[in-house]
Design a protein. Structure first.
Length: 534
């Protein structure tokens, strides 16, 4: 029989008790929250490794996590790098003569970005259905190859129509990739580990911004080679690199934690003992992961459950407004630097400090959130970072002061990005895996809607200092801060309502309630023994 010192099960688990029969094995989750270590769904890929009596040491589990970081997390970060490379190189192209060569204005650029985001939104839910039907291994690499090819052929556009069409296809091919990759990670990591791993994902996007800036600074110097502009070679070379990464991903990615062999990895990642540790630590942290198979299709019922869950509404609204303020600053970073008088090379190089700063601030925020097991106030800290900076940018006198202005927009672009924390927050509070997939996609769609709004805040008539746009950003920051606090109080209220009922039940009633498998699958995070994290 295992002791609580032998097994670590994530942030929610503080103790464990195993009884005589496997179907009565109990795991205490949360402060006063009880889950049962019941046998997983028959179609669950790791079901043959389920063992409610399995024990292991903390060092053995750390070894499994380190191996997962090396084999899975590192490659997911490489895939995220490919995403950001093709999604962000348009901003780098602005430092060249992209707009002039295509004879388009900054407003046309805004429209192209909006078209991309709208198509991105349209692909989100179909991709989640495809991912649940065919698995991560096949869908995610196919998407990479598709958007890599579009980005490659983007090099040959010559006018506004071509710009709009390629933006549309890139959005269609990229939509759904991020929530799909995040959902894949949830099958390999506990909730305690997830927030820092998601921070690593988004740090990769910032690393890609740095590397992309360095690559762009060099590639754009190829202007004139074969009679082509610099941005032609930027799109062509970076698009081809993404295609290669997509093919390698197809040959490398695992099907599940217990099916890790592939063309490039003919031997499994884990030993039998390590697979047992992997499966049981995941199920003890979150038993809901054993209720559905990875390839079990999502249904419209799951969509209805995700959209009708009032505990998620505040987080959806956060996704809509919280990231808007920094969006126009980041989108116009290179163009703003050019307008401030910096050269093409300098403009691309000067985007690197903001990306490096955001890596540091985001990882620090994620680590602190994980250490204190707290979400809301950490997100509030990330949003509050922007308020004094936008105020300073708004009040800075026009003309000159290029380095002061550069410092402010760098600090804004490098703010502590709390998107990984909110994504982890959603994952913790949804309970059901299929519902989690839809909820994550819904949240990501709403975030992209916010990006559509954000990309329209800076208008040509307001340039080059965007006083009206920055005033709008300040108002949205204030709204976001209020929303975070309101969501925290709402989750506290829901937990108190559950506790009021739970505390009146006898031990026998609690045990019978917890052993009702049908109710467990049906009720999800509405269960009386489930506590929302905040």
């Amino acid at each position: 029989m295992a002791s609580s010192d032998d097994i670590e099960t994530g942030p929610k688990a503080v103790s464990q008790t195993y009884q005589a029969e496997p179907d009565k094995a109990q795991v205490e989750v949360g402060r006063e929250n009880i889950h049962l270590a019941v046998k997983p769904h028959d179609g669950y890929e790791g079901g043959h490794r389920f063992d409610p009596y399995a024990t292991w040491t903390a060092e053995e589990e750390k070894k499994v996590v380190r191996k997962t970081d090396l084999m899975l997390l590192s490659w997911l970060c490489v895939m995220f790098f490919g995403l950001q490379l093709d999604r962000g190189n348009l901003s780098n192209a602005l430092a060249d003569s992209f707009l002039a060569d295509l004879k388009i204005t900054s407003d046309d650029y805004n429209n192209g970005t909006t078209i991309q985001l709208l198509c991105f939104l349209g692909a989100e839910f179909p991709v989640q259905f495809l991912t649940k039907r065919f698995g991560f291994k096949f869908v995610l690499p196919f998407m990479m190859v598709a958007w890599g090819l579009v980005s490659t052929f983007q090099a040959f556009i010559t006018n506004r129509a071509g710009f709009y069409v390629t933006r549309a296809f890139i959005g269609l091919c990229e939509g759904g990739f991020i929530p799909g990759a995040v959902l894949m990670a949830t099958y390999f990591y506990t909730s305690k580990e997830l927030s820092t791993r998601l921070a690593a994902f988004w740090s990769t996007l910032n690393i890609a911004r740095v590397i992309s800036a360095l690559l762009a600074a060099g590639i754009l110097e190829m202007r004139g080679v074969a009679g082509r502009p610099g941005w032609f070679w930027l799109f062509l070379l970076e698009g081809l690199l993404t295609v290669i990464l997509g093919v390698v991903s197809f040959l490398y990615l695992p099907l599940s934690p217990t099916s890790t062999k592939s063309v490039l990895c003919p031997r499994p990642w884990y030993t039998e003992k390590e697979e047992t540790i992997m499966i049981n630590r995941i199920l003890r942290d979150d038993p809901a992961k054993g209720l559905t198979a990875i390839k079990e299709p999502a249904t419209w019922k799951d969509i209805k459950a995700a959209w009708g869950d009032k505990s998620m509404w505040g987080l959806y609204f956060i996704g809509l407004v919280a990231y808007i303020p920094a969006t126009p600053v980041q989108a116009y970073l290179t163009l703003t630097l050019r307008r401030l008088g910096f050269t093409t090379f300098a403009s691309n190089m000067l985007t690197a400090p903001s990306a490096g700063l955001q890596i540091i601030t985001m990882l620090a925020l994620a680590y602190s959130s994980n250490y204190f097991n707290e979400r809301a106030f950490h997100c509030i800290l990330g949003e509050a970072w922007l308020l004094p900076l936008f105020t300073a940018l708004l009040t800075l006198p026009d003309g000159g002061r290029e380095w002061s202005r550069f410092s402010l927009i760098t600090l804004i672009s490098g703010y502590p990005y709390f998107h990984p924390l909110v994504s982890s927050w959603i994952s913790e509070n949804t309970f059901d895996v299929k519902k989690r997939a839809i909820t994550a996609a819904t949240y990501n769609v709403i975030v992209q809607i916010g990006s559509v709004v954000g990309n329209q805040i800076y208008r040509s008539w307001d340039s080059p200092y965007y006083h009206t746009g920055n005033a709008v950003c300040i108002s949205i920051v204030a709204l976001s801060l209020v929303t975070f606090f309101a969501q925290r109080q709402w989750l506290i209220h829901l937990n108190k309502k559950k506790e009021a009922i739970w505390s009146t039940m006898t031990a026998e009633e609690k045990f019978e309630y917890q052993n009702d498998q049908v109710a467990r699958e049906k009720d999800g995070n509405k269960r009386l023994d489930f506590r929302f994290q905040y």
